[in-house]
Design a protein around this ligand. Structure first.
Ligand SMILES: Nc1ncnc2c1ncn2[C@@H]1O[C@H](COP(=O)(O)OP(=O)(O)OP(=O)(O)O)[C@@H](O)[C@H]1O
Length: 801
């Protein structure tokens, strides 16, 4: 405050002490006073002065000038000075006006001076306040720093307090443990005290007894003393009595002796009493010593008891304090217990669940361990298996690669095979075409046992290179008739040799061509032997069973190339241009001899006719067609057909050789890989035996029969000839044989005719006719013009012989 007072702005002497602050405080007081005045109390500040100035005029001005620098203005006063207006007076009273104005100027000067002084004071005050502010800020910063330091100190204190709290807690825990120990100690001490009290009580009891005994001994000693006194009195009385009685010496001596004896007894008794008394005295002394000792012990115990009581009191105080704390802690503990009570239940359930889970976990852990062991072993196994698998995989990859290569090679080979098969078919067909779609083989059977060869050879075989195995010379009446065919089998040719030559045609049937093999020749020339052979001897099997066996063998082998074949067989015979189903189940019993067709008994059901389907191919309605899968089935069918044929012949009283036997196998092949389809037909025909009518001598039905055979054979040759020449008009279709075989004879069809020759000299004419017929068929294929102008001429020649 002293420094503040030193910084007071300079004031005019008229200004009261207190500086600008006091000025402002005065001003504030004044403004406050004005407010109070406005509220009720009127203050006549400078108004009176102003009025006085206004009214006083020059006097006021002079007064103001006299008090220059000592005038204070309020705001209103200053405003009044600033807003001063000259009073209305006589407009011509200039002197008065001038006085008023000069007075006002003086007041203005005073006011300005005052204001400047106030402003200067304000500036100083401002500077001072600034200084104070800076110092206050500095103080503030200092205080802040101090506060920070104090905060740090407080933090340290807090940490110390926390450490203290922790130490106190530790101490509390220690004290609790001490308390427990003290409680245990107290309990022990209590027990010791109770034991001591009991001991004290027993000692007190003993002491009381001793005291009682002492008192009893004292009374006894008193009584003994009384007795002694009385005894002494009695002795004295006795002495007096002795003295009295001395006179009576004798008696008295006796009495004295007696008395002495009594006295000795009494003395003895007295000594005994004394001894007893001494013993009692000793006992009393001992008891006193014991009492003293007991008293000392009692004092010691009392002191100890006192100490223990003090300690107990302290312990009790401690205990009370601890109990207060314990109560507080117990309250907290109760709260905790309340909180923990719920948690305990949850904890129990959780414990139960945890136990259960732990049990599960332990069992699962065991399982996991076991499984891990298994896993380890399995992993080891897996490793070994992986190794072997990788090796196997490598091998597998190699094998796969090899398989792929092999598959590629296989596909390539299959493609090559297919292409080769196509090529083979093409070449095979080309070869056959080159050989001729219509070929003629000649077979000469050996002489039978009942036939005589005679001296002249009927048949000879040219040995020239170009005619070797192809030429045959027939000698009749010394004249040699040379013929050339595609192949000539002499009498030594076996069935196998013959089949080798025709096996290619069988292959053609599987390739989808129509193949027709038939045997032509005179009766007994060996047609049936060639076609059917002898069923009892396998090596003598004919072309039909051999061809069918080959068909099934090849079809089986072609399965690998994707070919699937369906075979359907039918067997019929044509007798006198009447068709007979040889596989019909009612064939044997169904012949009604009363019903005939062309003189032939026919089935009771109906005669078999040949019709054309939508493609123009002939078929026989109701003909038995059997699906066949093996050559065995075929052989059984052939047996059935042979049986039906012989039964039919017997019933008709005809020989089976006079009917045409036609075995037809329709082959449907499909290749799913190459999507190829083939439809082949294999016709194996054993024609009826031709004969020279002139020589046979047949008449009636037999003649008609022979005429039919020759006619049908002539028709067949004509049809073959016409088809080979691709003539539009095919003659002689009225024969059921040609009608049935026509689709198998033209175009790409393969036709093979066996001409069977008998070496019997008696049938040389028939052989010549057969050879000529075969030569005509052979000639049409190779383009040789017919040597005969008309088939009729041949027929007529055949018929005329
Ligand atoms: N190549 C041959 N080797 C041995 N014996 C044969 C040969 N050809 C035919 N024969 C025998 O000749 C006899 C007549 O043969 P086969 O019955 O086959 O003649 P065919 O032409 O069928 O007569 P048909 O026209 O009357 O039926 C039979 O006993 C047959 O065994």
């Amino acid at each position: 405050m002293a420094s503040r007072n030193q910084n007071k702005p300079p004031r005019s002497p008229s200004i009261r002490k207190g500086g600008a602050e006091e000025l402002f405080s005065d001003k504030r007081r004044r403004i406050g006073a004005e407010r109070i005045e406005q509220q009720g109390r009127a203050r006549p500040p400078l108004v009176a002065k102003t009025d006085a100035a206004n009214d006083g005029g020059a006097a006021a001005a002079s007064e103001a000038s006299a008090e220059c620098g000592a005038v204070e203005f309020t705001r209103e006063e200053a405003e009044a000075v600033l807003n001063w207006k000259p009073k209305k007076c006589n407009p011509f009273d200039h002197k008065r006006k001038l006085e008023q104005i000069s007075d006002h100027n003086k007041r203005l000067r005073l006011c300005v001076r005052w204001y400047m002084g106030v402003e200067e004071g304000c500036i100083q005050e401002k500077e001072k306040l600034q200084t104070d502010l800076e110092s206050a800020q500095k103080k503030c910063i200092d205080t802040e720093n101090e506060m920070k330091i104090k905060i740090a100190e407080l933090d340290a204190t807090i940490s110390n307090l926390r450490a203290d709290i922790s130490s106190l807690e530790e101490r509390f825990a220690k004290e609790v443990s001490d308390k427990l120990e003290a409680t245990a100690c107290y309990r022990k001490e209590k027990e010791a005290r109770s034991a001591a009290e009991q001991m004290q009580a027993s000692v007190s009891t003993e002491l009381q007894k001793v005291r009682e005994e002492k008192s009893a001994a004292e009374q006894k000693a008193i009584s003994n003393e009384d007795l002694y006194k009385r005894s002494q009195e009695y002795n004295s009385s006795l002495q007096e009595y002795n003295s009295n009685l001395q006179s009576d010496l004798g008696t008295a001596n006796r009495e004295r002796k007696q008395l002495e004896m009594e006295k000795a007894t009494i003395v003895e008794n007295l000594s005994n009493v004394r001894v007893h008394n001494k013993a009692l005295q000793d006992q009393l002394t001992i008891l006193k010593a014991s009492q003293d000792e007991s008293v000392k012990q009692k004092e010691l115990l009392a002191n100890e008891n006192r100490c223990l009581r003090e300690e107990l009191k302290q312990i009790k105080d401690d205990r009370d304090r601890q109990q207060v704390r314990v109560l507080a802690l117990t309250g907290e503990v109760e709260k905790y217990k309340e909180n923990t009570g719920k948690s305990c239940a949850q904890l129990d359930t959780l414990k139960l669940r945890t136990n259960a889970l732990e049990e599960t976990c332990s069992s699962q852990r065991d399982q996991i361990n076991m499984l891990q062991q298994q896993l380890i072993t399995e992993r080891e196994k897996l490793k070994t298996v992986d190794l072997s698998a990788s090796e196997t995989r490598t091998l597998f990859e190699d094998q796969k690669r090899i398989i792929r290569e092999l598959q590629e090679r296989l596909a390539e080979k299959e493609f090559q095979v297919i292409e080769g098969e196509k090529l083979r078919k093409k070449l095979h067909n080309t070869i056959l075409e080159l050989k001729g779609n219509i070929r003629v083989f000649c077979r000469v059977r050996p002489l039978l046992s009942d036939e005589s060869s005679g001296t002249d050879m009927v048949v000879s075989y040219p040995t020239s290179t170009e005619a070797l195995d192809r030429g045959i010379d027939l000698i009749q009446s010394g004249q040699k008739y040379p013929f050339t065919f595609d192949k000539v089998f002499n009498h030594e040719a076996s069935q196998h040799d013959v089949f080798i030559e025709i096996s290619q045609l069988v292959q053609s049937a599987l390739d989808g061509y129509k193949v027709c093999i038939f045997a032509y020749g005179q009766t007994g020339s060996g047609k049936t032997y060639t076609m059917m052979g002898r069923p009892d001897a396998p090596e003598l099997k004919g072309l039909i069973p051999r061809s069918l066996e080959q068909i099934f063998q090849i079809s089986q082998s072609l399965k690998d190339q994707g070919w699937k074949y369906k075979m359907q067989a039918s067997i019929l015979e044509i007798y006198n241009d009447t068709v007979r189903d040889l596989l019909s189940s009612n064939r044997s019993s169904g012949i009604d001899s009363s019903r005939t067709e062309n003189g032939v008994p026919v089935s009771g059901k109906h005669p078999y006719t040949i019709k054309l389907d939508v493609n123009g191919n002939p078929y026989v309605p109701d003909l038995t067609i059997v699906d066949v899968c093996s050559a065995t089935e075929i052989s059984s069918l052939l047996q059935q057909a042979a049986q039906s044929r012989s039964v039919g012949s017997t019933q008709m009283n005809e020989h089976s050789s006079r009917s045409h036997f036609v075995f037809t196998l329709r082959i449907s092949g499909i290749n799913e890989r190459t999507e190829q389809e083939v439809q082949g037909v294999l016709n194996l025909i054993d024609l009826a035996g031709s004969e020279r009518l002139s020589r046979s001598g047949a008449t009636g039905d037999r003649l008609k029969e022979a005429q039919y055979i020759n006619k049908s054979l002539s028709c067949l040759s004509d049809v073959i000839f016409a088809l080979a020449k691709k003539e539009e008009h095919v003659p002689f279709r009225n024969s059921k044989l040609t009608h049935l075989l026509q689709p198998c004879l033209g175009g790409d069809s393969k036709t093979l005719m066996f001409v069977n020759i008998s070496p019997d000299p008696s049938s040389t004419g028939e052989s010549l006719c057969s050879l000529r017929f075969a030569a005509r068929v052979n000639a049409c294929e190779i383009g040789i013009p017919r040597r005969h102008t008309s088939t009729r001429s041949i027929d007529s020649r055949l018929i005329s012989g």
